[in-house]
Design a protein around this ligand. Structure first.
Ligand SMILES: Nc1ncnc2c1ncn2[C@@H]1O[C@H](COP(=O)(O)OP(=O)(O)OP(=O)(O)O)[C@@H](O)[C@H]1O
Ligand SMILES: [Mg+2]
Length: 234
């Protein structure tokens, strides 16, 4: 998925942008990073991804965004990483089976293929892989994520940025929590929780939607009821 263009104004989140700039600087000087950004539904994960991905692209990064499919039916194996790899996934895993007894690709083949592609690509420009909505990820996607984060060699200019709601889906709840809590302990991991916007920022969001002539009392009631969640101020 390419970086989406957002036309309505973006408010606040300066601390997050500053933190992401520091991480991006470290990555671009050869220190790979894994960012985990968790927060409630509607709080602004996707919006921050879109704003900061645009900044990275403008700074000549290669940015790929992949998302998990909402849990309607069986989750998609390796879904987010396949999407983030540019679709299809064929170009980052090797089809020749290294283990003749298996016909399906095995995790380490796929993981090595993805790590190889990233190693190649980051020689030209720093690479950011965004994996959105991990609360919907299936086991294979989480296993691949763990494999790739563990296998990112020092000196690779690669940023992996995962987002997830705090509340997980019903099926892979345990797996998602297990993998993230293991990865959180790694040295390259940066946890960047995303919480409420300030009342000033939410007011700006509401005013941008309602227009400057909106009734101030009505705007204030939106600010109160939104509890810092921009989704409810729109
Ligand atoms: N800082 C912000 N300034 C202005 N609008 C914002 C900001 N953050 C989020 N929004 C808007 O609020 C709405 C919800 O944000 P977003 O979709 O990013 O939430 P989310 O955390 O990704 O939610 P979900 O968990 O459902 O994916 C969107 O319309 C988005 O553009
Ligand atoms: Mg989102």
């Amino acid at each position: 998925m390419s970086v989406p263009v957002q036309t309505d104004p973006f408010f606040g989140r300066q601390d997050h942008v500053d933190a992401l700039r520091r991480v991006a600087h470290d990555v671009s000087t050869g220190h790979p990073a894994f960012v985990i950004m968790r927060g409630e539904a509607g709080i602004g994960k996707t919006r921050l991804v879109s704003e900061f991905s645009r900044e990275l692209s403008a700074n000549d990064w290669l940015v790929r965004i992949g998302g998990c499919t909402p849990l309607i039916g069986p989750p998609l194996a390796f879904g987010p990483s396949a999407a983030a790899s540019g679709g299809g996934g064929q170009h980052w895993w090797t089809p020749e089976p290294r283990r003749p007894e298996t016909t399906a690709p095995v995790l380490d083949q796929i993981g090595d293929g993805l790590l190889g592609t990233l190693a190649n690509e980051q020689t030209r420009k720093p690479v950011a892989i965004v994996l959105e909505d991990l609360h919907w990820a299936d086991r294979s996607s989480m296993a691949l994520l763990a494999f790739v984060v563990r296998g990112l060699a020092e000196s690779r200019r690669v940023l992996i940025w995962a987002t997830a709601r705090e509340e997980y889906g019903p099926d892979d709840e345990h797996e998602v929590e297990l993998v993230l809590s293991e990865l959180i302990r790694r040295e390259l991991t940066v946890t960047l929780p995303i919480g409420q916007l300030t009342a000033t920022d939410v007011r700006q969001v509401a005013l941008a939607v309602a227009g400057a002539g909106a009734d101030p009392e009505w705007i204030e009631s939106i600010v109160r009821r939104s509890a810092g969640n921009p989704y409810f101020a729109r």
